[in-house]
Design a binder for this molecule. Structure first.
Ligand SMILES: CC(=O)N[C@H]1[C@@H](OP(=O)(O)OP(=O)(O)OC[C@H]2O[C@@H](n3ccc(=O)[nH]c3=O)[C@H](O)[C@@H]2O)O[C@H](CO)[C@@H](O)[C@@H]1O
Ligand SMILES: C=C(OP(=O)(O)O)C(=O)O
Length: 431
């Protein structure tokens, strides 16, 4: 048996103090893909989260021919994509690409810089069906030839005579919007994208591409227009802060009845999650770029109803932590997961800890309040792992959350940041 890396949590400590919110995973990944579009200069990205998905993205960037440096202490990436022209490297190999969802965001750069892309696998959290048809259909409407190799389970994209076109998304896919924008920025002519995503990360990516020389208008309206330009130049950009990391820390603070200042967090980026947490009894005060989160431990948390939906709706990536928090609330909470058809794996893990949760398809009823008991639980995906750690913070005794990798994909130095707030959390190797 090899060694397993896991999180060990001893409950019973309220979180107090200052937490530094990391740069946004879901903004930096498309930006690494976008940096590969630049045929001149070196890109500098600052406020980069030190997470496994970023390491995988940089491995992939190197694989396709870019030179990359990750200065982790400085949270800065430098990317030189000037030499990206060898079509034999226009591949997203399964060994790297199937370890993170953001790998799909490399396709536009391979299309434009090498004229083709072979997708051998795309990963990400296992949350039920996660299709990519909007991406492929959009590339095809721009003139790319998209074919499937069913034997090997590969997708091949040939992009020789691209031209602007009218594109749409059936639902406002986050990476789908980013991918269609990135495909359009170097495509001659005008491209219009209807039903585009409104997530703050998408707007940050648009700002980044705009500073590289792309011509994009309508970000944040749902109707995006892109005028193709012949080339893009590398620039320096500071990645926005991670609203999901902020939401997780806010819910952990709420669970423990603490008082934490989240440096860099923006209340507006929480969307509906802000109002739901306030209804549960969480207090927020925005002081410039610092968000203070408090919950009076003498007042029980109130139960809540929440339906996940694209921004500014309740973020699906905060649904698992909400479920964990709802186990502590005084009454029945109702959660409808409307984005993914398989994002309730946490319910079984919380049940092991003593929670009472009824799951019916994509709907769950959480019967609170429960006194959670520490035990060994599985991190099925990134946010269910984070949510299990949240449960461990208030559980009696010790909670083991394993494996650590899904959590490490998206939360930087989690144990260190939680320990600085008074929690007893360690990330450890175990035989
Ligand atoms: C790297 C990244 O940014 N990941 C985020 C991104 O994932 P991602 O961009 O993959 O999520 P999407 O918004 O695309 O997916 C939402 C839903 O649309 C469906 N769909 C999507 C594309 C498509 O071509 N066809 C299709 O049917 C998916 O199966 C899913 O049910 O947004 C999600 C929803 O906010 C978040 O949970 C992820 O953290
Ligand atoms: C689902 C998530 O990520 P990904 O799309 O990268 O799997 C997430 O961040 O919770």
């Amino acid at each position: 048996m090899g060694q397993e890396v896991r999180y060990r949590v001893r409950g019973g400590h309220a979180l107090n103090g200052t937490a530094f919110i990391q740069g946004a995973k879901n903004a930096v990944l498309p930006m690494i893909g976008a940096a590969l579009l630049a045929s001149k200069g070196r890109t500098v990205l600052r406020n980069v989260p030190v997470i496994e998905d970023v390491r995988r993205a940089l491995e992939l960037a190197e694989y396709v021919g870019a030179k990359v440096e990750f200065h982790e202490a400085e949270r800065t990436i430098v990317i030189d994509a000037t030499q990206l022209s060898d079509p034999s490297r226009a591949v997203l190999p399964a060994a790297i690409a199937s370890r993170f969802r953001g790998s799909v965001l490399f396709v536009p750069a391979l299309m434009h810089r090498m004229g083709r892309a072979r997708i051998e696998g795309v990963g990400g959290c296992n949350l039920g069906s996660r299709n990519l048809d909007f991406h492929y259909r959009g590339f095809a409407r721009l003139g790319a030839e998209v074919t499937e190799d069913p034997e090997r389970n590969h997708i091949n994209v040939r992009a020789e005579n691209l031209r602007g076109g009218r594109l749409y998304l059936d639902t406002p896919s986050h990476t789908g919007t980013e991918n269609l924008i990135m495909a359009a920025v170097l495509t001659p002519g005008t491209t219009v994208i209807e039903h585009a995503a409104l997530e703050p990360e998408v707007l940050d990516v648009i700002e980044f591409l705009g500073s590289m020389g792309a011509k994009i208008s309508g970000g944040g309206t749902g109707l995006i227009t892109v005028e193709g330009v012949p080339e893009l130049t590398a620039v320096e950009h500071t990645v926005m802060s991670d609203r999901i990391d902020a939401g997780v820390f806010a819910m952990m603070t709420a669970a423990t009845g603490g008082d934490v200042s989240l440096v860099g967090a923006n209340l507006d980026h929480l969307g509906v999650a802000r109002w739901k947490l306030e209804q549960m009894g969480v207090q927020f005060t925005q002081h410039g770029a610092v968000l203070r989160v408090r919950r009076d431990p003498s007042v029980p948390l109130r139960p809540i109803n929440a339906v996940t939906s694209p921004f500014p709706g309740f973020a699906t990536d905060l649904q698992s932590p909400l479920m964990a928090l709802a186990t502590l609330a005084d009454g029945e909470s109702y959660i409808h997961e409307a984005i993914y058809d398989g994002r309730f794996a946490l319910a079984d893990e919380l049940t092991k800890m003593g929670a009472k949760i009824e799951v019916d398809g994509t709907r769950a009823i959480v019967h609170g309040p429960t006194v959670l008991r520490g035990t060994e639980v599985i991190a099925h995906d990134l946010r269910s792992g984070a949510a299990a750690i949240l449960a461990g913070l208030v559980a009696e005794g010790e909670t083991i959350v394993a494996p650590a990798y899904p959590v490490d994909r998206g939360h930087s130095q989690f144990a260190t940041r939680l320990s600085a707030l008074g929690a007893d959390v360690v990330r450890e190797e175990h035989n």
